[in-house]
Design a protein around this ligand. Structure first.
Ligand SMILES: Cc1cc2nc3c(=O)[nH]c(=O)nc-3n(C[C@H](O)[C@H](O)[C@H](O)COP(=O)(O)OP(=O)(O)OC[C@H]3O[C@@H](n4cnc5c(N)ncnc54)[C@H](O)[C@@H]3O)c2cc1C
Length: 408
């Protein structure tokens, strides 16, 4: 079977890898002119099941070697003493397996394991599903026909727009905005991350060991959605500057590098709430189908685990696997949707009481005995979604590797 995957970030390469291993023929179309690999972009987390998938792909050692090595967190806030948090112990309470890695590094490692055909600098313009296959037209490449088309093209998915309808009705604004950019390492932090919280706003800073630069992160709570042009970075930088104009702390120094930032990211902290991820021979995976909200929802682990399940279900059931995949991942998706609102409520304090108490709670939990930490997390949406549930085993469906394939 020939499968077209739109998007070569996290879900796309994981899906392509496993489909290749089950004997499918895969093509990946990616809008950017080359892989988004490298050291730009933000740090993401792999928990529990997602680390199992990476391990089964033979990539665990590479992923671990590339980890950010940020091991502790200092939380500062106006009018309070700084609080220190051991991140290793905090994450260990949530899941016994966790790694933090730059998304670009993860993409490089995942995609290097695939044997797919890649079409860079292109995008799908139309999809016609006639029940026996899907005719696809592209912006640049000639039209082609595939047995299945999967959208792994992120929160603002093109495949979702073409096959399932516009984004607006299925986007749930969680009441905030997120901005990230790279800048010189003005305040070298080594293996620490620094967060400064105030009511309705947060600023974060960490050093990127591989680049010698640092990354500044801003979150702001705004109940209403902002009106802006998603292509106009200057307009978005101005919105950020206005939101933090009176913040103080180290923000004036961080803003000296805002204008020059060429990897500036700005987007709503929002979820995709579509309730079906398959239509005929077209499906969605990862953020494209059920983005649990950038930075606060554990989207990377969800993308990895669900892409593995989608590939397995297609291998087991052919095109009908789109339906069995949907049934198998639904609970995981439902649980993930509960994470974002919870995390938003805690990391961007709503009032002076949260601002005072939350950093203390965050610092105390990792110091408790491990079984008590586990109990606390098991009662919480984050722990429930990211905790370790066993993944289905599809190993009986693997195609034999050719002698030329070194395997992993
Ligand atoms: C600032 C920020 C911080 C984050 N922090 C964390 C974190 O700490 N932990 C965590 O787990 N997650 C985090 N996330 C979320 C995480 O990045 C996503 O959940 C994860 O990358 C989802 O992977 P994906 O492959 O589904 O989609 P994406 O990574 O969004 O990839 C989509 C891919 O599709 C491509 N594409 C888009 N449109 C088209 C098109 N028309 N045609 C072809 N290709 C297209 C894109 O170029 C991209 O390569 C963060 C996200 C952001 C933005």
């Amino acid at each position: 079977m020939k499968v077209l995957i739109s998007g070569a970030s996290v879900a796309g390469p994981v899906l392509a890898y496993w489909l290749d291993r089950y004997g499918f023929e895969t093509t990946v179309v990616e809008r950017t002119p080359a892989l988004r690999h490298g050291l730009g972009g933000h740090a993401v987390d792999l928990f529990g099941q997602a680390t199992d998938v990476v391990q089964q792909m033979g990539l665990w050692d590479e992923v671990k070697a590339a980890r950010t090595m940020i091991d502790d967190l200092t939380i500062e806030r106006s009018g309070g003493r700084p609080v220190h948090v051991d991140l290793g112990r905090l994450y260990a309470g949530i899941s016994d397996r966790h790694v933090e890695i730059l998304r670009g590094e993860l993409i490089r490692i995942l995609s290097s394991a695939t044997t797919s055909e890649y079409l860079f600098g292109d995008s799908i313009t139309a999809l016609t599903d006639d029940g026996a296959g899907v005719d696809v037209t592209f912006e640049r490449n000639a039209p082609r026909r595939f047995d299945l088309v999967i959208g792994a093209d992120g929160m603002h998915s093109n495949v979702r727009r073409l096959a399932f309808g516009p984004e607006e009705p299925v986007r749930r604004h969680l009441g905030g905005y997120l901005a990230v950019y790279s800048m010189p390492d003005l305040f070298p932090l080594g293996s620490s991350m620094l967060i400064h919280q105030s009511v309705d706003r947060l600023v974060g800073l960490y050093s990127v060991r591989q680049t010698g630069q640092s990354r500044a992160m801003f979150m702001v709570r705004t109940e209403a959605e902002l009106e802006y042009d998603y292509r106009d970075k200057d307009q978005q930088k101005a919105l950020l500057a206005t939101a933090f104009r009176d913040y103080g702390w180290r923000v004036p120094q961080l803003f000296e590098h805002l204008e020059a930032a060429d990897d500036f990211y700005f987007d709503a902290i929002a979820q995709i709430t579509l309730d079906t991820w398959q239509r005929g021979r077209i499906g969605l995976v990862g953020d494209a189908g059920y983005c649990p909200a950038p930075a606060v929802g554990g989207g990377t682990s969800l993308a990895v685990a669900t892409a593995y399940i989608l590939a397995g279900e297609l291998a087991a059931n052919g095109p009908a696997g789109l339906r069995t995949y949907e049934a198998k991942v639904r609970q995981m998706v439902d649980r993930s949707r509960k994470i974002g609102p919870k995390v938003m409520g805690s990391i961007i304090p709503r009032g002076p009481a949260t601002l005072r108490l939350l950093p203390l709670a965050t610092s105390v939990v990792p110091k408790l005995p491990r079984p008590i930490q586990r109990f606390i997390w098991s009662q919480n949406a984050v722990g429930k979604a990211l905790g370790s549930t066993a993944l289905p085993d599809y190993s009986a469906l693997l195609s034999p590797r050719s002698p030329a394939d070194p395997g992993r």
